[in-house]
Design a protein around this ligand. Structure first.
Ligand code: DP6
Length: 334
């Protein structure tokens, strides 16, 4: 019998970053992190466990992916199969909803949607906590995309104790927005996985990062509890800068910044001087994301549109958590 499930998950952007693994197999992080889920980018995934298949296959936006591209998905499916005793291979049909083709496809939304679809296929009815643990095994940041709004990934120290939880914000999160600035980049990518490994293994700044991250998390949670936008923005911006600082102390050193990333960061500072409170963050790539209050999002957009073209700017609002969807294929068509 075939087992089919479908789910949608939205991407999240960390305000306090996850940067470094304590256990690479289980994906246990060195530090706890905190993110905001956003509505502009999401992944829908349908998974079919099918006794007729002789290997896993992975379609992304209708294109069959090669062996290398299927590896991460297959590894996740194997973890799932072992944990929930199902022997069939699966066909995974994923669609990334990203406003432009700008390299924003995210492993967070992708792996969270896959975890949700697998659980739905077997009618497991897992709790958000169990889904978060499962998604974490695919990609660390995916464990936070199970939740809408703010999520805290508590690092834990074992497979069972490392998962994300909702951070209550009494709907304040709905007053927040993020402007994505997609900058031009000519550099070769260092994936977040490789980048964080290199900094943990070699960066002389890594210990400093860890000490700071624990304090930053407390400050961020306090800012959320008090609905204090500038306090949250300030700690998010300095946390991102410290994370990026570790890459310069790695061997060999590297950076995710491009000249346009620096231009965008400087413009954020100019915006603040003009009285628009806004703060930047960056992940394992050159794009810059700007946290702003919804009431100021138009002003911020207008300011940036004088420096970047329309295709480079995407506004997002706070997004929801994992959604289980009705599969498109019929359940009884085996
Ligand atoms: C910089 O979750 O992509 O975006 O666990 O190896 O799959 P893996 O890494 P991933 O790393 C995300 C790193 C980051 C910060 C963050 O999202 O917290």
């Amino acid at each position: 019998m075939k087992h089919i499930g479908k789910a949608r998950a939205y991407t999240n952007i960390a305000l306090i970053k996850y940067w470094g693994k304590k256990d690479e197999q289980l994906i246990l992080p060195m530090n706890s992190s905190l993110s905001l889920t956003l509505d502009a980018f999401y992944t829908e995934t349908e998974v079919t466990f099918d006794p007729a298949l002789s290997q896993d296959c992975f379609y992304l936006n209708d294109r069959l992916q090669n062996k290398e591209q299927t590896k991460k998905i297959s590894k996740f499916l194997t973890i799932f199969r072992n944990k929930y005793s199902i022997s069939h291979y699966a066909s995974v049909d994923s669609r990334n909803f990203v406003p432009t083709a700008a390299g924003l496809a995210s492993s967070a939304s992708g792996l969270a949607a896959l975890a949700g679809a697998c659980s739905a296929a077997l009618s497991l009815e897992l709790s958000p906590q169990e889904l978060s643990k499962l998604a974490r095994r695919g990609s660390g940041s995916a464990c936070r995309s199970i939740f809408g709004g703010f999520a805290e990934w508590r690092k834990g120290d074992s497979d069972d104790t490392s998962f994300a939880v909702q951070v209550p914000a009494s709907s304040w999160e709905n007053e927040l927005s993020m402007l994505f600035i997609l900058v031009n980049d000519t550099q070769k990518d260092v994936s977040s996985r490789d980048g964080m490994k290199r900094t943990v293994d070699t960066s002389i700044f890594y210990q400093g990062w860890l000490t700071g991250a624990a304090d930053d998390l407390e400050l961020a949670k306090q800012a959320i509890a008090e609905n204090n936008f500038s306090a949250l923005g300030e700690v998010a911006e300095s946390n991102a800068l410290r994370m990026h600082g570790t890459t310069l102390g790695a061997v060999p050193p590297f950076t995710y910044w491009s000249p346009d990333s620096l231009k965008a960061m400087n413009l954020v500072r100019s915006c603040r001087m003009r009285g628009i409170p806004c703060y930047f963050t960056m992940d394992a790539g050159p794009n810059v994301k700007v946290l702003v209050q919804k009431k100021d999002q138009e002003k911020l957009y207008h300011f940036f549109s004088e420096h970047f073209n329309e295709k480079q700017l995407i506004l997002a609002n706070t997004g929801p958590g994992l959604e289980i969807l009705k599969p498109e294929r019929l359940m009884d068509n085996d």
